[in-house]
Design a protein around this ligand. Structure first.
Ligand code: NAD
Ligand code: DAU
Length: 350
């Protein structure tokens, strides 16, 4: 019997991780701690709500008293830490929110784990989920490896890089048994429509412009979110203390090529003429400090822990579109209220 704290489990990736762990490990007691910010949504987990091995706790990772109390109450054996402010554009307009949650929140969890586990760290594990953006921006060639120097360039990636450094500092200074993974761009169900793929699906469906930053030549390496959740399972259970693992899809697309592929799928699914959705593509002012290219070398994870991505992108993209079309109510709920204000500020007033 293990008791695990998963943070940020009501968000995009966290919801897939919580579902996988709750279903695969009925003998684990899983506590999902999430502040339910605009990005957190308990609808993402309604199918497992009520499972005997699952508890939801609403709370903020920056709250020192709460985190200490949770460690005392549940006596966690492990932490899988996903809670974060995750959107680069929001980090440009509100960097301090990212410093607070991503840096201070992570340090707060590390410290609580250190205090709770001091004296006996056997069988304990603190797993920090991070991003490939800490490595900066690639030119036209090359891949990020675990040895690539950190070179974060947005407030989001600087805050994530800082949190990674704190995790390693707790390993070296206090012997906290930590493991870190740095993953490329995820896509799939439950992705909040501030990010490129779900935002574009939503706009195409509603015949609204698809905003492409700059010339659409930036490259991202896309990974099916359930493949990321599987990697997290493998790393949590078999990764080596103090190690870092890169996770990626080996699947690079320029934004413009991706959006054209998405438009074709949407034309087919919505019964539109081929080329109709692509007419919505609109080039807009570039993101400040926009990283040109991310691409991950995940050979360490593949070689040492036996993980590999399962799904081809075309199939994954089609499944993603199917999910959004079948879950219109989910989209309606997350795009009402606050989202309208965000969208106006980000796209109509910039
Ligand atoms: P998300 O924004 O969809 O979800 C974040 C979750 O964290 C939300 O449920 C939110 O309510 C919660 N949260 C935010 N602040 C909190 C706080 N102070 N206390 C408690 N909960 C809080 O993010 P995501 O895309 O699912 O990303 C999850 C993690 O994976 C993040 O750490 C992110 O940096 C990392 N990551 C994401 C990607 C990606 O492509 N989305 C890729 C690599 C790594
Ligand atoms: O690489 C991993 C990272 O991927 C994660 O750490 C982040 O949490 C996650 O948000 C994601 O960051 P990106 O900035 O790459 O994702 P986003 O979907 O915001 O943008 C993908 C690309 O599309 C990027 O080059 C910017 C561009 N873009 C984005 C939006 C929202 C547009 O052209 N138009 C848009 O409206």
């Amino acid at each position: 019997m293990k008791t695990l704290l998963i943070t940020g489990g009501a968000g995009f990736i966290g919801s897939h991780v919580v579902r996988l762990f709750v279903k695969k490990y009925p003998n684990y007691n899983i506590i999902n701690l999430d502040a339910l910010t605009y990005a957190g949504n308990l609808e993402n987990l309604k199918d497992i709500d009520g499972s005997p091995n699952y508890t939801f706790a609403k709370g903020d990772i920056t709250d020192e008293v709460l985190i200490t109390k949770l460690f005392e109450k549940y006596k966690f054996d492990g932490v899988v830490h996903l809670a974060a402010e995750s959107h680069v554009d929001r980090s440009i307009t509100d960097p301090f929110a990212f410093i607070k949650t991503n840096v201070f929140g992570t340090a707060n969890l590390l410290n609580a784990a250190k205090e709770a586990w001091k004296g006996n760290m056997d069988g304990k594990r603190f797993y920090h989920i991070s991003t490939d953006e800490v490595y900066g921006s690639l030119g036209e060639t090359g891949l990020f490896t675990e040895e690539t120097s950190y070179d974060p360039r947005s407030p989001y990636s600087a805050a994530k890089a800082s949190s990674d450094h704190f995790v390693r500092a707790y390993f070296h200074t206090y012997g906290l048994p930590v493991v870190i993974s740095n993953c490329s761009n995820n896509y799939g169900a439950n992705h909040f429509p501030e990010k490129l793929i779900p935002l574009s699906i939503h706009n195409i469906k509603n015949n609204k412009p698809i905003p492409i930053y700059g010339k659409g030549e930036n490259v991202r390496d896309w990974l099916w979110v359930e493949d990321h959740a599987r990697a997290i399972d493998v790393i949590f259970h078999t990764g080596v203390d103090g190690e870092t693992y890169n996770i990626g899809g080996n699947n690079e697309w320029t934004n413009i090529a991706l959006i054209h592929a998405l438009c074709e799928i949407m034309d087919r699914k919505l019964g539109r003429e081929s080329g109709e959705s692509a007419k919505l593509i609109t080039f807009v002012k570039d993101r400040a400090g926009h990283d040109l290219r991310y691409a991950i070398d995940s050979s360490k994870l593949q070689r040492e822990l036996g993980w590999s991505p399962s799904l081809q992108f075309e199939e994954g993209l089609e499944k993603t579109v199917d999910w959004y079309l079948a879950n219109q109510e989910w989209m309606d709920n997350v795009t009402s209220g606050q989202y309208q204000t965000y969208y106006k500020k980000q796209y109509e007033e910039r």
